[in-house]
Design a protein around this ligand. Structure first.
Ligand code: ZN
Length: 211
């Protein structure tokens, strides 16, 4: 059995979405400074690093992150690795992949994952994302969980349509995956977002297991 950690390490070096609150991660109590233990505090957007979007992120009245079904967040999963030349995950691109209606959970590896592999800390606007027609293609095939390897499932500057198509259909969206060290193929996914009450998303630890 091999376990692949496809989560980003949360640290101030991670790029964050422009305009979102910055991560603050600091020692509140420190033994180096006479404290009887070490206690850290954090303050952050919930959309940091590897994280899950709940429908409520783009659908007012949609379900919030603590209510997302664990039955969707865990289970058999297919990883697609798209060539570096692919600039957007459109319906046409999807048509040429091996993604089928048998696959309930699909993660897309793209050139974005090279950014994580080399520790890039600057936010990139030209990341590869899913277009509106790509999102519709996935919904039509009954995909229930979609994961991408940059901080948004939608192209930069065009956030609303892709998110809305997926989230309205109840598709769980996982963003900020590092797929740089996994091959295409079938795995078991465990993606567990923090159980934050009433939130539009939450950071998650995501792993793939190959048996
Ligand atoms: Zn998000």
């Amino acid at each position: 059995m091999t376990i692949y950690d496809i989560s980003l390490t949360i640290s101030p070096h991670l790029p964050i979405w422009p305009g979102d609150p910055k991560l603050e991660l600091e020692k509140f109590e420190s033994m180096d400074h006479g404290g009887h233990n070490n206690v850290s505090r954090m303050s952050s957007s919930v959309h940091i690093g590897t994280h899950v979007d709940a429908p409520y992120h783009f659908v007012n009245g949609g379900i919030t992150v603590e209510r997302l079904p664990l039955e969707i967040l865990t289970g058999p999963c297919y990883v697609v690795q798209l060539p570096d030349g692919i600039e957007a995950i459109t319906a046409e691109v999807l048509e040429r992949t091996e993604v089928s209606s048998q696959m309930k959970r699909v993660l897309f590896g793209t050139r974005n994952s090279h950014l994580w592999a080399r520790g890039e800390s600057q936010f990139q606007t030209d990341f590869v994302a899913i277009t509106e027609d790509g999102a519709e293609w996935l919904v039509e095939r009954g995909v229930q969980l979609v994961g991408v390897d940059y901080l948004s499932v939608a192209p930069y500057g065009d956030s609303v349509l892709t998110h809305t198509v997926l989230l309205k259909a109840g598709v769980v969206v996982v963003e900020g995956l590092n797929l740089s060290s996994v091959m295409r193929g079938f795995y078991d996914l465990y993606c567990l977002p923090l159980k934050l009450a009433g939130c539009d998303g939450a950071p998650a630890r995501a792993i793939l297991i190959q048996t």
